[in-house]
Design a protein around this ligand. Structure first.
Ligand SMILES: Cc1cc2nc3c(=O)[nH]c(=O)nc-3n(C[C@H](O)[C@H](O)[C@H](O)COP(=O)(O)OP(=O)(O)OC[C@H]3O[C@@H](n4cnc5c(N)ncnc54)[C@H](O)[C@@H]3O)c2cc1C
Length: 423
């Protein structure tokens, strides 16, 4: 992703073994970054000969990615791919008016408004643009898109808009530690560099929650996937896939898979869908013949050799245990906030780690003792002046694309007020 408004349309080709965890990670990244690519499975020496003119599959370091100019990378990391695509760049300035962490809907929206309103802004994203929304196959409840829009497309549009207004986007960089001094925020990035800004917006969202089953790590990306697995659906033809979770993201994932898989089973801990799922999704799910919903169900075991082959499901109500064959389990059970970076700062978090902002910081009408201003914290401002939070990471936020976008835009207004106040 260069800082241009458009991207190359020529196709990337990705070659790999079926069920390769590394190839899954690359497909997921390319899909979320709206890079068009062909996925070519190599199983035999003949495949290798036909596709690449090479005789022995075992001599190839897979996965292998070929770019439109025919250059190739063997067994590459995501960073190497992003670097090759020209997306890993160096910061242009030593100090910014505003640094935004996280390029999900909240961060992207903040970036669009901040850059369009003339703030020297940097947007820092540790992985792919789009955040959780980028993994959604179809967002149907975001205003202005009556036919729905894929999360990756929505994110790509926002990225282009932000770039058009002059945002500086630094990909594959992660904020790991923050320090607030001299009215500046100093952030250590995971690559060892430092970022300095006069104000910041934390839009780091949430991280997928795990199942908590012992064999989970063994099958990660080898049959067990976190999130909606939008890139995997076309590979599920004739399969029986399982989706864990009863929220909107799980419902959307089930509907998406139902277009490809033979059968989709949703495993839900609760006793009904109404408590967690929007009405339009309930209607669609109950009217899709190849989706089955299992209530009171919990995954309690995973089995397989190199890849997942079966799962154990326990009915929490009557205690019955069932073992079923499947090669794919998608886990969509919400998440925990990405706020570890704040733990050694004066930023106040709630018990679950969400950042507390605005009037939620007041106790008996008083700001916390650490608060250094005579005014109360602005709406969306954390307990450190000039440090704001927007989107899912914020205590009490509505977990929706529209609200994250709204908060991102709103936070920028308060950044202006804060910067004016600081002269
Ligand atoms: C599969 C799925 C489908 C969904 N469908 C819908 C829908 O149809 N409608 C709807 O309204 N909502 C939907 N949601 C919810 C919606 O996507 C979220 O509410 C929204 O994405 C929250 O946006 P955000 O920007 O606050 O955080 P996120 O989307 O979580 O983005 C946070 C970003 O911050 C990055 N990050 C985290 N830590 C750091 C760090 N230290 N440094 C740098 N970057 C960091 C992450 O990599 C991520 O890109 C869906 C969610 C999922 C998972």
């Amino acid at each position: 992703m260069t800082n241009e408004t458009t991207r190359s349309t020529a196709k990337v080709r990705l070659y790999g073994l079926p069920n390769s965890a590394e190839a899954y990670e690359i497909r997921d990244f390319l899909n979320r970054s709206v890079v068009e690519f062909d996925w070519i499975e190599l199983v035999t020496d003949e495949d290798c000969n036909r596709e690449l003119g090479l005789s022995a599959l075992r001599d190839l370091r897979l996965p292998m990615i070929e770019f439109p100019d025919r250059t190739q990378l063997f067994s590459p990391s995501i960073r190497e791919i992003a670097q090759r695509l020209g997306w890993v760049t160096q910061p242009k300035f030593r100090e910014y008016d505003l640094s935004i962490y996280g390029a999900g809907p909240a961060g992207l929206s903040a970036a669009v408004y901040a850059a369009s309103e003339g703030l020297r802004t940097v947007l820092i994203e540790r992985h792919a643009v789009g955040g959780q929304a980028g993994t959604s196959s179809l967002i149907e409840n975001y205003m202005g898109f009556p036919q729905g829009i894929s999360g990756a497309d929505l994110a790509e549009r926002a990225r282009q808009q932000a770039v058009k207004f002059g945002i500086e986007l630094l990909l594959l960089r992660e904020g790991i530690k923050a320090e607030f001094k001299h009215d500046r925020i100093y952030v250590d990035l995971a690559d060892g560099s430092k970022m300095v800004a006069r104000a910041n917006i934390c839009a780091t969202g949430v991280e997928y929650r795990r199942l908590g089953v012992p064999e989970e790590d063994q099958f990660l990306n080898l049959g067990v996937y976190y999130g909606a697995g939008a890139s995997e659906a076309p590979m599920c033809r004739n399969e029986h896939v399982f989706v864990v979770g009863g929220g909107n993201s799980a419902g959307q994932a089930a509907l998406h898979f139902s277009r490809y898989a033979n059968h989709v089973t949703m495993l839900i801990r609760g006793a009904n869908l109404a408590a967690t799922l929007s009405q339009y999704l309930i209607h669609r799910i109950t009217n899709t013949p190849n989706i089955e919903v299992c209530f009171n169900a919990q995954v309690t075991g995973l089995e397989g050799d190199a890849t997942l082959q079966a799962i154990t499901i326990t009915n929490e109500q009557n205690g019955t245990v069932q073992r079923v064959d499947t090669q794919r389990l998608f886990v969509c059970i919400g998440g925990v906030p990405n706020t570890d970076w704040a733990k050694d700062t004066a930023i106040i978090r709630d018990n679950a780690g969400y950042l507390i902002t605005g009037s939620d910081l007041l106790r008996a009408g008083q700001p916390p003792a650490s608060w250094t201003r005579t005014r109360d914290p602005f709406f969306l401002e954390t307990s450190v002046p000039g440090s704001f939070a927007a989107g899912d990471v914020r205590h009490g936020s509505v977990k929706r694309v529209a609200s994250a976008v709204g908060e991102g835009a709103m936070a920028v207004t308060f950044v202006h007020k804060y910067l004016e106040e600081n002269g």
